[in-house]
Design a protein around this ligand. Structure first.
Ligand SMILES: NC(=O)c1ccc[n+]([C@@H]2O[C@H](COP(=O)([O-])OP(=O)(O)OC[C@H]3O[C@@H](n4cnc5c(N)ncnc54)[C@H](OP(=O)(O)O)[C@@H]3O)[C@@H](O)[C@H]2O)c1
Length: 341
């Protein structure tokens, strides 16, 4: 890849999110180019490639070892993220892996070590962070409109996936903690611009499939700040957060899953005055792709903390699992100490 050329992407797995989110976004980017589609099923790879104007398709292995690709987008079932990310990174490809990139802190460490060893980048698919509404929220917070921050409250829930969905498979590591919670979790870290120190988690499980269909997370942040987060399958659609400060609050009415053609609203409530700001539609998948490609082109000059983010998210998710199992507050220090490299 030369600095002036587009980053050539292979799309590994013809998932719903690839077909609805990333493949259409690849058409709208300035710096990325769809160059191959990979599937377990050749006919599916061929059909999806043709639909998105690409003439190269093949199996996962053919895609990983295609020397005409610079980067790979992975949207496989959660249980396969580490395996295929590591294969792609080892083959010298930059990786954009869907969330949750890693299901444990040790897994994240292996993935990040492989990226660093091969001099390539690894980003987790938390695309919502690139939507301009959050920059607007952060500006309002930085201007002091909320006073000192106290609490972040985030909810991401949607109707129950079909029984045969990867999200309802315990073998493929489905469940709402991994499928939906990564978004409000990352949003709280983004808004506080700090890492939590403590985690408490409670989950409710579906008896038949064994996956969690509701998860509640409490995160203790420095200086008394906290986040309360909720994710669920089988609930009325909610994709929101509210940030509470000493003198005001701000709400994103549609924070995580925002269609590219739909405006969003942020609501500032301060001194008994409610101000609604409409944020114009944006394609957060395309914005992530362009930002990632620009960082890739900077090489060692890039300061984007993608890999630290992968580690941070995985550490919290592991602490959440342990907290639920042991019904106690788990510190992130505890997880990190056990996994010291
Ligand atoms: N960022 C977001 O907003 C967002 C939104 C939705 C989902 N996601 C994430 O994206 C990933 C995929 O989710 P999805 O809902 O799009 O999944 P999906 O439609 O079920 O697609 C998963 C794909 O994985 C491949 N696959 C490989 N082994 C499989 C197996 N044993 N069983 C089923 N599929 C297998 C299949 O592709 P081939 O048949 O082509 O090989 C399948 O199309 C997950 O990590 C999910 O959390 C992110």
């Amino acid at each position: 890849m030369t600095v002036s050329s587009k980053v050539r992407f292979g799309v590994l797995g013809c998932s719903r999110v690839a077909q609805k989110g990333v493949l259409p976004a690849l058409r709208n980017t300035q710096h990325a180019l769809l160059s191959m589609v990979g599937s377990r099923t050749p006919e599916k790879a061929k059909r999806v490639a043709a639909e998105f104007g690409c003439d190269t398709y093949g199996t996962y292995d053919e895609l990983i070892h295609n020397n005409n690709l610079d980067a790979v987008y992975i949207s496989l079932p959660h249980a396969l993220h580490e395996e295929w990310s590591i294969k792609a990174l080892e083959a010298g490809k930059h990786v954009y892996c869907e969330k949750p990139a890693a299901l444990s802190y040790a897994s994240a460490q292996r993935m990040v070590a492989t990226a660093r060893k091969n001099n390539v980048r690894l980003i987790e698919g938390l695309m919502f962070r690139y939507h301009p509404q959050h920059a607007a929220v952060r500006t309002i917070i930085q201007q002091g409109a909320l006073g000192d921050l106290i609490r972040f409250n985030g909810t991401f829930c949607y109707p129950r996936p079909d029984n045969n969905s990867i999200l309802m498979s315990s073998e493929l590591r489905g469940g709402s903690l991994y499928a939906a919670m990564p978004h409000p979790l990352a949003a709280s870290r983004m808004i506080f611009a700090e890492e939590p120190e403590q985690v408490f988690c409670h989950m409710d499980f579906d008896k038949k499939s064994g996956v969690d269909v509701q998860s509640e997370l409490w995160l203790g942040y420095p200086n008394g700040k906290s986040a309360t987060l909720f994710s669920a399958f089988g609930a009325y659609f909610q994709s929101t957060y509210t940030v509470l400060g000493t003198v005001g609050s701000i709400t994103s009415k549609r924070a995580y899953a925002v269609p590219r053609d739909r405006a969003t609203t942020i609501v500032l409530d301060t001194n008994d005055t409610v101000t609604e700001t409409i944020i114009e539609p944006a394609d957060h998948f395309a914005l992530l792709l362009d930002s990632f490609c620009q960082e890739i082109s900077k090489g060692s000059q890039s300061t984007a903390p993608y890999e630290e983010d992968v580690l941070a998210q995985a550490c919290i998710l592991e602490a959440a699992q342990r907290s639920h199992t042991q019904q106690r507050v788990v510190t992130l220090e505890e997880i990190k100490k056990e996994n010291k490299m």
